[in-house]
Design a protein around this ligand. Structure first.
Ligand code: PPY
Length: 495
């Protein structure tokens, strides 16, 4: 058993030991390999790094990344003195606001979760989750696109009973909605992604597990009910043996669909995230950046994304087919040309997604792309095609949004931030409430629309004639006016 005193004697670049979850590790040689840079590790040299480690890494990341001789063993935790944390004034105000947040029964829609999350989340978490790329035009457009589609409801159809349940990739789902992947869940809540798993298990909703979850893949699967369906979002690693192991492990553990992210060969620049993360960064970070070639001032997300393989190409699809029998879905398709290539490549589906506005700014919304892509796919086979699912995500907050996408031919719709903000503000109960709100909205909207089940949702029930008209450069709506922050510009140092 090591004492904290012994660890503290290794607090330099030449010999750097840290404590994580009660065990000591020698990370000296790992310092320059750490995707997030050595500076952050050196801050904890000779100390307990657990609190900083937890939200960013799954529990087994350090064990997997260090060879066994660097695992130094258990630490006598009675010798570790907890450093009293200075609680800043804004942090005190935040704690007070958490206590005074609206009771859950006053949350009426998914926008409410977002407004609460903005107030109760630590600045860094809000900046990471809410940020989008460049001028944040696409994230706004994702919502605005739904507002350019209007309903054409049918009447007198006896809508006493309405049913919005469905199957997604052959799996039963109580909603025509799945939980889309969002990374680093513990930045916003100590239980991270498990809030989603537990709530989804209770309500028959399918969760897509993110490659970059804060909880480990196995923790998430272990928290699921025996018959709960899960999908996996995949970032493809430069080292294909890592990807192969991960995919085959997921299949063995019962994952029902592999969603390969294809719109992020490089991570977009999320300036809100970048400005928040690097306040107070100093010259040392710059020196390291020059040495490593990885730009550390581009946000933690960009720094830790260096494992993602930008060489991924159509040629790789056959390889994926050879390593797994799971349905393969390409997440991040925007054009009919690529939708047809995906169909021809033999994958089981595509997600029309712009990554929540976080990648190529001023790319169009998934909903708008659905029009062209449906027309393109119609030239190559049935539409909708039971063997080729077309999902849409981005900006979905209301059941009415979902109904519009389904009427235009989408198989189901993904919601990422909507559920993320629900657990950040109210934990698992928040996610359950979000499902309930959506269910109530489906019931009412389907009655008012005259569709008793999802098959009765037909293109004639929507007027999408304005969808492809881009009238205003920057759309406006109440959510953005009240909740989203104006982008900050470069700030002068105090005189
Ligand atoms: C995103 O932030 O958009 C992601 O997809 C997750 C992520 C997080 C950190 C590094 C790379 C990708």
């Amino acid at each position: 058993m090591l004492s904290a005193q012994t660890i503290s004697e290794h607090a330099s670049r030449d010999s750097c030991w840290i404590i994580v979850h009660g065990k000591a590790y020698d990370v000296t040689e790992f310092l320059d390999e750490h995707p997030g840079g050595s500076k952050i590790i050196l801050t904890y040299a000779g100390k307990d790094a657990t609190e900083a480690y937890e939200p960013i890494h799954p529990p087994d990341a350090i064990i997997d990344n260090l060879s066994v001789e660097k695992h130094l063993g258990d630490v006598d935790l009675s010798t570790v003195t907890k450093v009293a944390k200075m609680i800043s004034e804004p942090e005190k105000q935040r704690q007070a606001l958490i206590v005074n947040r609206p009771p859950l029964d006053e949350i009426l829609n998914l926008h409410d979760f977002e407004a609460v999350a903005k107030i109760v989340l630590p600045d860094k978490a809000w900046a990471y989750y809410s940020s989008a790329s460049d001028d944040e035009i696409t994230i706004r457009e994702n919502r605005a696109a739904y507002q350019r589609v209007w309903f054409r409801p049918r009447i007198l159809r006896d809508v006493t009973a309405v049913d919005w349940s469905t199957t997604i990739l052959g799996q039963k789902s109580s909603l025509p909605v799945y939980i889309s992947a969002t990374a680093l869940g513990k930045l916003g809540h100590p239980d991270g992604e498990l809030n989603l798993t537990r709530a989804a298990g209770k309500h028959g909703v399918i969760q897509m597990i993110p490659t970059l979850a804060s909880c480990s893949f196995d923790e998430i699967v272990d928290a699921a009910q025996p018959n709960q369906s899960l999908f996996l979002q995949l970032y493809v690693s430069r080292d294909r043996s890592i990807t192969k192991r991960y995919v085959q492990h997921a299949e063995k553990r019962g994952v029902k669909g592999l969603f390969i992210t294809v719109d992020a060969p490089q991570l977009g620049r999320r300036e809100k995230d970048m400005r928040t993360k690097f306040v107070g960064d100093d010259a040392e970070a710059k020196v390291q950046e020059n040495m490593s070639g990885v730009k550390k001032d581009e946000g933690v997300a960009r720094a830790i994304s260096s494992f993602i393989d930008p060489s991924l190409s159509w040629k790789d699809i056959q390889w994926f087919r050879s390593i797994t029998k799971m349905p393969i879905i390409l997440k991040g398709v925007s054009t009919p040309e690529d939708a047809i290539l995906a169909l021809e490549a033999g994958v089981q589906g595509i997600v029309l997604s712009n990554h929540g506005g976080r990648q190529l700014d001023t790319s169009r919304s998934g909903l708008e792309n659905l029009i062209d892509i449906a027309a393109g796919l119609k030239t190559r086979g049935p539409w909708p095609n039971p063997d080729f699912s077309v999902f849409v995500d981005g900006g979905v907050r209301r059941a009415s949004d979902v109904l519009k996408a389904l009427a235009l031919g989408a198989s189901a719709v993904g919601i990422g931030r909507g559920f993320l903000y629900a657990f950040c503000s109210y934990g698992e109960a928040g996610v359950e409430k979000a499902f309930k709100i959506l269910g109530d909205e489906f019931e009412m909207n389907m009655r008012l629309l005259g569709a008793r089940n999802l098959k009765e949702l037909v293109p004639e029930m929507v007027d999408a004639s304005a969808l492809q008209a881009h009238v205003g450069a920057t759309p406006k709506d109440n959510l953005f006016d009240s909740t989203y922050q104006p982008l900050r510009l470069a700030e002068f140092k105090a005189a």
